[in-house]
Design a binder for this molecule. Structure first.
Ligand code: DAH
Length: 361
């Protein structure tokens, strides 16, 4: 391929040959000096040679052709013919150089614009949903498919919604300063999503089927299984004739869909002020099918969360007649569920914003 210096040499040599030819044919004329030709890049060099000979005002041949008029009349025709012949030669040389120049420039453009497909590419780092968001969305999808609406609720709420309406008596430890973050006497960060039950029942008339995923806050020391802020999902189903059997069936369908394999449930009697009866809900470990493994701590069962039949006092606090309606409620932690599904053994990892962790999901 033609390179710049070969082309420069070719143009400079062509010019020198023209100079020599001119001096031989027109020995009585001296040519103006022309230095620095090699220092120019090829296109400008070609232009300079072109101008030297042919420029409209000061080109050597333009001036010489003009001078013809000052010659004696008998010399003019032969001189004129010789000059014009020489001019045609100059033009031929320049146009041939110009063709080479074009080829050179075209090759340069191709070289400059070439893409080396063997170079490593620029990796575009794509974002994705946080693992907790991914699991929350899966949970929402399953409940929405069962006819539940997704409710949002306040993270800062009054003592009424946080406690009183949930039948949590003033002496209950959940109300304690060591358990709850208070803003003032009236307002606190919610320690559970159960407050949304009350908001939902006040806003809508039963029948009512909602889940309320969201952030909750507790005065917990952070460790592998605790964090002062974490996520829960609350569920509430209020309609005439709702029973514990509906609760069990609903959670069973939910867990079976979430773990994509049949899941067995069990209830253990438990106390939560806002339900009666209340139950701790466990499900058979889907990883070992109850045989016992590291994940279920060799018990065969995993704790889901609390649940039960909505307490009549709670229904009454929301203006719902407990002789006409009954309902079930449940609540569980999203962090723990995500930890199970992803095999994470320290929930603090969710909140450290370490991309090495987050980009695995
Ligand atoms: N709010 C309870 C907690 O944070 C969980 C819970 C228990 C929710 C029983 C409920 C329920 O809706 O009926 O531990």
């Amino acid at each position: 391929m033609l390179d710049a210096s070969t082309l420069q040499t070719a143009i400079a040599n062509a010019h020198q040959q023209l100079v020599r030819a001119f001096c031989e044919r027109f020995p009585e004329w001296t040519l103006p000096a022309f230095d620095g030709l090699m220092a120019l890049p090829p296109r400008r060099q070609w232009q300079a040679v072109n101008d030297y000979w042919l420029a409209r005002k000061h080109g050597v041949l333009t001036l010489k052709l003009k001078e013809l008029g000052t010659l004696p009349a008998d010399q003019r025709p032969s001189r004129g013919a010789a000059l014009n012949r020489f001019k045609a030669e100059v033009e031929a040389v320049l146009s041939q150089l110009e063709a080479q120049l074009r080829a050179f420039e075209e090759a340069e453009t191709i070289r400059r614009e070439a893409v080396d497909v063997t170079l490593p590419g620029l990796v575009r780092r794509r974002g994705r949903a946080h693992p907790l968001t991914q699991i929350r969305e899966r949970i929402e999808d399953i409940f929405v498919a069962m006819g539940y609406a997704v409710e949002d609720g306040p993270e800062v709420d009054t003592v009424f919604y946080n406690f009183d309406a949930l039948n949590i008596p003033p002496n209950h430890p959940a109300r304690d300063l060591t358990d709850t973050f208070y803003i003032d006497d009236e307002l606190a960060l919610r320690s559970q999503t159960s407050n949304v039950q009350i908001h939902a029942m006040q806003r809508r008339k039963p029948p009512l089927r909602i889940i309320a995923p969201g952030r909750v806050f507790r005065r917990d020391e952070p460790d592998a299984t605790h964090n002062p802020m974490f996520f829960q999902v609350e569920g509430l189903n209020v309609a005439p004739g709702i029973s514990m059997a509906d609760l069990k069936g609903t959670l069973q369908v939910f867990l079976t869909k979430l773990f994509e394999r049949p899941v067995t449930l069990r209830f253990r009697p438990s106390y939560f002020p806002f339900v009666e009866p209340g139950a701790e809900t466990d499900f058979q470990c889907p990883f070992c099918e109850g045989a016992g493994c590291r994940i279920c701590k060799h018990t065969g069962w995993i704790e889901l969360g609390g649940s039960g039949m909505v307490h009549p006092n709670v229904l009454r606090a929301c203006g719902i007649d407990p002789t006409e309606f009954s309902g079930f409620a449940f609540g569980f932690g999203i962090d723990r569920m995500a930890a199970l599904l992803y095999g994470i053994d320290d929930i603090r990892l969710y909140y450290e914003n370490d991309l090495r962790f987050l980009s695995q999901f």
